[in-house]
Write a protein that binds this ligand. Sequence first.
Ligand SMILES: *Cc1c(COP(=O)(O)O)cnc(C)c1O
Length: 452
Amino acid sequence: MTPTWTLDSLYSADGDQSWAARDLRCLWHPFTQQAEWQPLVIVAGEGNYLLDEHGRRYLDGVSSLWANLHGHRHPLIDAAVAEQLGQLGHSTLLGLSHKPAIVLGEQLVALAPPGLSRVFYSDSGSTAVEVALKMAFQFHQHGGDSRRQRFLALRNAYHGDTLGSVSVGGIELFHQLFSPLLFHTERVEPELAELETAFATHGHELAAFVVEPLIQGAAGMLLQPPGFLRRARQLCDRFGVLLIADEVATGFGRTGTMFACEQAQVTPDFLCVAKGLSGGYLPLAATLTTEAVYERFLGRRSEHKTFFHGHTFTGNPLGCAAALGSLEVFRRERVLDGLPAKLDALASVLDEQLSAHPNVREIRRCGLMVGIELGRDRERPFPAERAIGAKVCEAVRKLGVILRPLGDVVVLMPPLSITVPELRFLVEATRAAMDEVVGAEARDVVQAERSE
Ligand SMILES: *Cc1c(COP(=O)(O)O)cnc(C)c1O
């Protein structure tokens, strides 16, 4: 029997209120000041574009929060999910297994830096990091080095929003308020000499060093000095500290290689992936680790070496199917081979449009991850309360582009499937929006100062 009920009948129902009004009555959005916000209601995706309820099309300039890789409604990923749906929507990995998790596990091990041979699933970037933190801690507890209870993390780190990930996070605006709830974490600047000092001081008490390799995303697209990750690996080895690479943002081609760690030829002890893992389709995450870590947890049940951690939807079959579809797209469309030409084009259009702009303090880029830091001029930031980054992202919407800023850093992080002409449009639209907003604001600020 075919069901007579459809979602479409719900979505096309003419409420007497707009969708935005209905949203504002019942939802509470993440990282959103509800008092100062108007919903934009997305109804469909189409390749690199999102469509709103009024039929307007927007280039998805931040990959639906850094997740989408190959565009929306990619036929191959859609088919993978639909086919899986015909088999099994969900079954647990706690004591049971399923084919999508097994095949995806094999493929991830084959793709990851050599030496990472075990895959532990969860469902978000935050949980992927939580898992790595708890595994690293427990590893040392079992190993008899129970003094190793601390973590080292970068200043301004972002590793997710659950309390363990927040404890290793260091973004004041997001994290400071919760400090009474957090465990203590040692901090280091992404700088070689500081890293040496931090290990010399704390190396003996550290369980792990957790780091976003090459570029810190949510911190504002901050680049690390060359050799930083390699040096971190060496220091971890010398001091018996585990290395956790959080590739939730950088993984799956975003920096130009499948994983950022590859560029430093580093194998971490833990590799955390999420956002792009399912092609940006479904919530799925994984923490990869080595056989040495895995084996430390083996024993009889009565020894309590089990890793007592797992989420209900860990390794969900639909998510795994989407991920298998995404990895097939990488192979079929030779996605990584196509990136250098796009990255060259991006670099040159950024240079041409923005590098000499009077309100651009700095452009930071690693692969398809770009941060454009705005300011009154090259030296001085805008006053934060003016929310210039947010205003630029509002203005660029009218030009048909979705962006989301990090303070006054305008972020561009398009899907890997973006074309060269679309890259040019993305940067040109960003520049036009900046000229509109920043020009007016710069004049305002100067006037305000004069009248003081
Ligand atoms: C987004 C992000 C996370 C958190 O992932 P969620 O899926 O949002 O929980 C963790 N680490 C990094 C580097 C991220 O960019």
